[in-house]
Design a protein around this ligand. Structure first.
Ligand SMILES: [Fe+2]
Length: 137
């Protein structure tokens, strides 16, 4: 369901590898939504969200360091998008999830929609611009 298509590769090895991992996490989110065996998904939602928060934090730091290294002129616009992504993840209210399967699925669904559109849009519109600078990582 979620995988990196050839048009999403920047050609910068580390960034591409990290994007692949983000797609894997989106795929895990998709599987969790469609998991009918697991009745209480709270622990998995907490685990996935914390992994997403940690992983994007380090990935964004790598991208930002790269942009600085190549003196990328739109650094601050790009940086602002990373911050928006981080605050969206931080908005998830875990207290609502306890013992509430409907709310759990609703949260997974909105997380998934957000990841699906953000990942592809951000990579296409922003990350690919960095790669045009053709400097080695
Ligand atoms: Fe980015």
């Amino acid at each position: 369901m979620f995988e990196m298509t050839p048009d999403l590769y920047t050609g910068i090895e580390q960034i591409d590898k990290e994007h692949e991992r983000l797609f894997e996490l989106a795929e895990e989110t998709y599987s969790l939504l469609h998991n009918c065996v697991l009745l209480d998904k709270e622990d998995q939602i907490v685990r996935l969200t914390s992994e997403l928060i940690d992983y994007t934090r380090s990935h964004f730091a790598h991208e930002e360091a790269y942009m600085k290294r190549v003196s990328y002129e739109n650094f601050y616009d790009h940086y602002a998008q990373h911050k928006q992504f981080e605050s969206k993840l931080a908005e998830i209210d875990f207290e609502e999830l306890e013992g509430n399967p409907e709310e759990q699925d609703a949260v997974i669904e909105s997380l998934l929609e957000f990841l699906a559109s953000w990942l592809v849009d951000h990579i296409k519109k922003e990350d690919l611009k960095i790669s045009m600078l053709s400097h080695p990582m």
